[in-house]
Design a protein around this ligand. Structure first.
Ligand SMILES: Nc1nc(=O)c2c([nH]1)NC[C@@H]1CN(c3ccc(C(=O)N[C@@H](CCC(=O)O)C(=O)O)cc3)C=[N+]21
Length: 287
């Protein structure tokens, strides 16, 4: 039996159509949603992602402003840039592309972004609200995974979700969002002994380890839903996920490909969050 391939590009496109309609409504009210992306240095991978984000903004009628800063910029100067963006009326969302150069404290940078403009959902305020189930911007990748599951007709309630990886931006929040939808959640990570004994129990397996082709048929049970969050380069410099796709194909009930799975959803949810930020700003003005 072959696995159903979850098409993130297609589902993302469907959601973007709805987001684009909301952009038109905002524009009719005189507001164009604006996203500022700060890129420090010239990491080639970061440049590609950032170009993708800008193109996606334009496609749905949003405004995007790319702020390129030199690799050796001081932490103070970067914080000053963020404060200026916090005050700009034409900017509703701010994204600082990670990772940052080592001389800059990422936590300090993220905390400087105004919570109203934190469309990445990375700030302590956003994370705290998410944990409490309060209204906030959800981190784009885990949020995108929830939408993929929803649009694929996969009900997570009562299912056992096993997460491999515990990063602040994917693993940890992913578990919270699944928990809020009544999944039973297990976190595993690099120090988990006998990893397959855990992952084999997963009805839904979230692979977010950052190691190419790490998850194989030995890790999964028949009929599991496999979500591959990994974005790696293999020996031949090809984009590949954390899951060995060919190996689990036929065993899993559903699987997300890389590329074309979670990646396009991350950008889609960034657009959604930015439009939401513009809508909220308009509501505040009306009060
Ligand atoms: N503050 C911050 N927020 C982020 O959201 C953030 C970040 N920093 N730093 C880097 C990572 C990475 N990331 C990706 C988003 C989309 C694709 C994506 O669309 N990938 C395509 C393929 C793109 C290609 O061909 O290279 C796909 O999977 O189909 C990839 C990677 C967001 N990140």
């Amino acid at each position: 039996m072959s696995s159903i391939i979850i098409n993130g590009k297609e589902i993302g496109q469907e959601i973007r159509t709805g987001v684009a309609a909301r952009v038109q409504v905002l524009k009719a009210k005189g507001v164009t949603p604006g996203l500022a992306v700060i890129l420090v240095g010239d990491n080639p991978a970061s440049k590609t992602y950032v170009a993708n984000k800008q193109k996606s903004c334009e496609q749905i009628g949003m405004f995007s402003d790319l702020i390129k800063l030199p690799e050796d910029i001081s932490e103070q100067a970067l914080l000053q840039q963020i404060r200026e963006l916090n005050n700009r009326k034409d900017i509703h969302g701010i994204l600082v592309q990670l990772p940052l150069p080592k001389h800059i404290d990422e936590d300090k940078v993220i905390q400087t972004i105004s919570p109203e403009k934190d469309v990445d959902g990375f700030s302590p305020i956003s994370v705290g609200k998410m944990m409490l189930g309060q209204d906030t911007y959800l981190p784009c990748t885990p949020y995108g995974v929830m939408k993929l599951l929803e649009h694929s007709g996969i009900d997570v309630a009562g299912k056992h979700a096993v997460i491999v990886g515990r990063s602040h931006i994917v693993g940890k929040p992913m578990g919270q969002l699944l928990l809020q939808k009544d999944a039973t959640v297990t976190y595993t990570h690099s120090k988990t002994p006998d990893l397959p004994s855990f992952t084999k129990q997963a009805d839904i397996l979230i692979a977010a380890v950052g190691r190419a082709n790490f998850i194989t048929s030995e890790h999964i049970k028949e009929g599991a839903v496999i979500i591959d969050v990994g974005i790696n380069r293999d020996e031949e410099n090809h984009l590949c996920g954390d899951v060995n796709f060919d190996d689990v194909q036929g065993i899993a009930s559903h699987i997300t490909p890389v590329p074309g799975g979670v990646g396009p959803m991350t950008i889609t949810m960034l657009l959604e969050n930015t439009v939401q930020a513009a809508e909220k700003e308009l509501e505040r003005q009306a009060e």
